[in-house]
Design a protein around this ligand. Structure first.
Ligand SMILES: Cc1ncc(COP(=O)(O)O)c(C=O)c1O
Length: 410
């Protein structure tokens, strides 16, 4: 029925499974096999799957009628809850996907500054659309190149791409082009590629250089938002952007995204800058956001998630060591990246993983066979629903998977 058998190309590399049910930290496939889930739908199921509070709120909302082409009180409650949770932004708009929310922020940055250029970083991900799904052109310092056939070449002419965490490259580009740069967009933690942390002071540096040149700083918090702290990476690192995007962990699995920020920028949406969407701020989306944020603020889970993630990372290291497998883990406990290295012992580093990239997807496949559901690209997401029992069971299953994997290694 579907090209490649999937509805998102990100799933092409995943082991093929049909899941019949998902609840809490577990998934069950059509054959009745149980999995402990560390993919969480690519992040959204931060509260675990089918959280009863969120499900009830969404069901009640849909009973009242889904979309009206006007406002509903639930929408305002969700917006208020989001602004209160994040603290720094003054206004917010809802969208359906993170890709769209990113587009809105790029447009706002250009509209506010009257400048054409956007600076983004290598190996980050900001959605699949033509003007931002780019990499650095081979041999170029900062020119963008497309990533897919069919991409409109002109769409990314105004995008610069430089390595992340590279203060010198950034400073040099701003010296040459600063007066043309409308905005800088960054994942505050490079979750989409190795869960690499910003170098000490790098986000602050971006804050300062954008202020100095009158450019807009955009944090793409689609993964980090509501996951690494209630106030996202902005809170974790104490750096306030001008605009930010959210999605995933914000709504217990419901498809909704948002962009938020300074009032003078956001207000442009009501003053000529086009942002629209039939399903934006639907009653269900609003209910999902408000109920998720209610759960997250009433009983903040961040310490628990951190403890679980740390214990999981520690356990994975011991299992790897016991089988003499080089396993590199890096990131933060709430979302970390695993890769198989050619060395013999596990370690955590601050840099980009140097790994044997073809090996990890094989391990991910064996993990799935043993009942541990993880992404082939290496990211592990922890939810608030994971329990001490899950931890123990996960490490038993990982142990079996690693034993098989180690046996099959050349
Ligand atoms: C940092 C980041 N930005 C934007 C997106 C795009 O969001 P969506 O898949 O909801 O369009 C993603 C998706 O994974 C993401 O990780």
């Amino acid at each position: 029925v579907f090209p490649g058998g999937v509805n998102s190309n990100v799933r092409l590399t995943a082991p093929r499974r049909f899941f019949r049910r998902a609840a809490g930290s577990h998934l069950w496939d059509e054959d009745g096999n149980d999995y402990i889930d560390y993919l969480l739908g690519q992040g959204p199921a931060f509260l675990g799957h089918a959280h009863p509070v969120v499900n009830r709120a969404v069901a009640t909302a849909s009973d009242l009628g889904m979309v009206t082409g006007a406002q509903c009180v639930e929408e305002v409650e969700a917006g208020d809850a989001l602004l209160q949770a994040l603290r720094w932004p003054e206004q917010v708009r809802f969208a359906v996907s993170g890709s769209e929310a990113v587009q809105a922020t790029l447009r706002l940055a250009r509209a506010a500054t009257g400048r054409p250029k956007i600076l983004r970083f290598e190996r980050h991900y900001h959605g699949w659309l033509d003007n931002i799904a780019v990499e650095r052109a081979t041999g170029s310092q900062h020119r963008a190149a497309g990533v897919t056939p069919g991409q409109v070449a002109g769409a990314y002419e105004d995008v610069f791409v430089i390595p992340w965490n590279d203060v010198d490259a950034c400073r040099e580009l701003f010296e040459e082009e600063g007066s043309n740069i409308a905005g800088v967009i960054t994942e505050p933690i490079m979750f989409n590629n190795g869960a690499v942390l910003p170098k000490d002071g790098f986000l602050q540096f971006l804050r300062e250089i954008t202020v100095a040149h009158g450019s807009v700083l955009i944090f793409d918090e689609v993964i980090s938002g509501f996951r690494v702290a209630l106030g996202g990476a902005a809170e974790l690192f104490g750096v306030t952007p001008d605009l930010a995007t959210y999605g995933k962990a914000m709504a217990g699995g419901w498809p909704v995204a948002a962009f938020a920020g300074r009032r003078d920028l956001m207000e442009l949406c009501a003053d000529g800058v086009l942002h629209a969407g039939t399903f934006n701020g639907s009653r269900m989306a609003a209910a999902a956001v408000a109920s998720t944020l209610h759960v997250l603020t009433r009983d903040p889970p961040y310490e628990r998630v951190q403890d679980y993630g740390e214990a999981l990372m520690k356990g994975l290291r011991s299992v790897a060591d016991a089988h003499s497998l080089g396993l590199r883990l890096q990131g933060v406990p709430a979302a970390f990246h695993a890769s198989v290295t050619t060395g013999s012992s596990s370690q955590e580093t601050g840099g980009t993983p140097v790994s044997a990239p073809s090996l990890y997807p094989r391990l991910a496949r064996i993990l799935a066979d043993e009942g541990v559901w993880v992404a082939a690209r290496g990211i592990w997401y922890v939810s608030t629903a994971h329990t001490a029992r899950d931890l123990e069971e996960s490490l038993d299953r990982v142990d079996k998977a690693v034993a098989t994997f180690a046996r099959e290694l050349p």
